[in-house]
Design a protein around this ligand. Structure first.
Ligand code: GLT
Ligand code: MN
Ligand code: MN
Ligand code: MN
Length: 386
């Protein structure tokens, strides 16, 4: 009946169900909900965990005593309601100090503050049991490039990530770091804008094995790219460390819509990819209720994210068991034992035989692979008539 269980490993951020509806043009439309209350409500809905930025729980100007009291109260709520904190991250975007970047600021003092703040936040995450550390560089970017820092910024970013990985190891935290790309908003051009850029950058780090991706559905969509394609590349590279599920209309401002709300077909192929590849990490919904909603709308939003995932997971199983669909896929994937023997391994003999082989180019170009019929079958399955 599409009711989530802990085994589904669904998580939300404190900042997602706690979103008050503020946007660049208008004030909050909902009151602030405190972290222990959010924990209680998420647990009741069947979530497995809750993630946070340092300042979602502890205000940036809190005293040490205030911090400890808030953390103790939060830990009590977690244990009372059986929720875990699998992921933690740093708010390096709200405070005006970070207006021109954190790790990539041209001001060495801001870069140092960003490192210091992140180490404190890593301490907090470790205290709460998190094993994944997300790095979303919201302010890491530019509006104008007159400052001439493009190459320096990449170097500063790299130095910071190397430093933080060394800190994690020195403390025995064992974090896996997940970079979260986004093309723009709040900066005009954010550094490492896509999954592909982040993958390329990780290869240049001192400890690349400690770094992977936290791709977000909305962010690749904002870049005009396919989220399932991006996630497939992250999986292929062994770098899908975490995932942010939501939805987004292409070419719009950052919307963070309920998972599956806008592009259910893309969401279906994403769920298929996650389920078939055996992705075992948390499934994190990084989205929020529409600004129009009251608190009831917030919980309808959260329940909807999880239900849609489970409904699509059920569709994935039906897809795999649908004889007509599977026959169409089998027909689509043409096999040829003789040629595959020649292409499987390079030897001078295989290459020679392949070069000498006479291909029926016209036949290859004439054959229709049946994708219209296959896609229509998929649509009918999604629309509930098969
Ligand atoms: C912010 C952003 C998200 C990131 C969060 C983690 S913060 O809400 O829009 O995509 O995942 O820093
Ligand atoms: Mn967003
Ligand atoms: Mn986002
Ligand atoms: Mn996100």
């Amino acid at each position: 009946d599409f009711t989530p269980t802990l085994a589904d490993r669904f998580t939300f951020g404190l900042w997602t169900v706690g979103n008050t509806g503020r946007d660049p043009f208008g004030e909050a439309t909902r009151p602030v909900l405190r972290a222990p209350y959010l924990v209680e409500k998420l647990a009741a809905l069947g979530a497995y965990g809750v993630n946070l930025h340092d300042n979602d729980l502890v205000p940036i100007d809190a005293t040490a005593a205030q911090r400890d009291a808030l953390v103790r109260e939060f830990q009590q709520a977690l244990s009372d309601h059986g929720l875990v904190v699998p992921m933690a991250t740093t708010n390096l975007f709200s405070d005006p100090a970070f207006k021109d970047g954190a790790f990539t600021s041209a001001d060495a003092r801001v870069r140092a503050y960003a490192l210091s703040k992140t180490m404190h936040a890593m301490d907090l995450g470790a205290e709460l049991g998190a094993d994944t550390y997300v790095l979303w560089g919201g302010r890491e970017g530019t509006e104008v490039d007159a400052g001439g820092k493009l190459l320096d910024a990449l170097g500063w970013f790299r130095d910071s990530l190397n430093y933080l990985a060394a800190y994690s190891e020195s403390q025995g935290y064992g974090y896996r770091f997940a970079l979260e790309p986004k093309p723009n908003e709040p900066r005009a051009d954010i550094f490492l804008p896509t999954v592909g850029s982040a993958l390329g950058f990780i290869a240049t780090l001192e400890r690349p094995e400690l770094f992977g991706l936290n791709p977000e559905f909305a962010h690749e969509t904002m870049a005009g790219l396919s989220f399932p394609h991006a996630v497939a590349q992250a999986i292929d590279a062994g770098k899908l460390f975490h995932i942010d599920l939501n939805d987004q209309k292409m070419g719009r401002f950052d919307q963070d819509l309920r998972f599956g709300a806008e592009n259910p077909k893309g969401a279906f192929f994403l769920v298929q990819l996650l389920e078939d590849s055996g992705y075992a990490g948390p499934k994190h919904f990084d989205a929020h209720a529409l600004r129009t909603e009251d608190e009831a709308g917030v919980w309808a939003f959260a329940r909807g994210c999880m239900r849609t995932y489970l409904i699509l997971k059920d569709k994935v199983q039906r897809f795999a068991q649908d004889a007509e669909i599977q026959a169409a896929i089998a027909a689509y994937r043409v096999q040829d034992a003789e040629l595959e023997a020649l292409t499987g391994t390079f030897t001078p003999e295989n290459a020679g035989a392949l070069k000498a082989h006479a291909f029926d180019r016209a036949a290859l170009g004439t054959r229709g692979p049946g994708l219209e019929a296959l896609d229509q079958l998929t649509m009918e399955l999604l629309l509930g008539v098969r």
